[in-house]
Design a protein around this ligand. Sequence first.
Ligand SMILES: [Zn+2]
Length: 251
Amino acid sequence: MARLTDAARTIFGLALGVALPQLCAACREPVEGAGLCAACWSKLSFIAPPYCERLGIPFPFDPGPGILSMEAIADPPAYGRARAAVRFDETARVLVHALKYGDRLDLAPIMGRWMANAGRELTREADLMVPVPLHWRRQWARRFNQSALLAEVVAKANGLRVSYGALKRVKATAQQVGLARSERALNVQGAFGVPAHARAKVAGRRLVLVDDVLTSGATLEACTRALLRAGAAGVDVLVFARVVAPARVPI
Ligand SMILES: [Zn+2]
């Protein structure tokens, strides 16, 4: 049973006239309600302060308010602040994949709620949310954009709007997976743009850019630059999971 997709399970359940229990998105054990079982939930590593004010990378101890990480000082991003709900680890990876490949669209409300919590400081000051777009060909094949689903949940929780057309992927790019950091930056260079008709929507606005995962940050960096070029007043970044190398606190 665990091998059936959720759509197949629903149809199968209807045919038998019974409601089959939901399965945990990570380990596929039956679970009460939706989402994750208690064991997998406890394995998720939620990101909480103290963290770098700029990058949201957790500090091993509290260095005091407003302290930036070495990473933020040495290599400041184009975006203002980044926040993530959880660290990208094995459990987070399973959730991201389950959502991305359409197996578990029911996860979007849960993951989005965690993101809304993590991104409170950002959404409080934001005018508009912008999901990282897929190239139309990829979106057509997949039928939906997981970042847009997450942005929708966060926006709804904060009474904000989502702009789907503000950012366009103008160049189809190779998947970032398997590329080195420098290759990732090159791969997405010039890949995003703000269409002429969307410039008025972006100009002078404070935006929260939404994606499912932050790895090297190259995609979010390229998107931010495109939005700033179009006159955005500021761009912050909110993701479900981010890769976290141990943060270095300036001495
Ligand atoms: Zn589980």
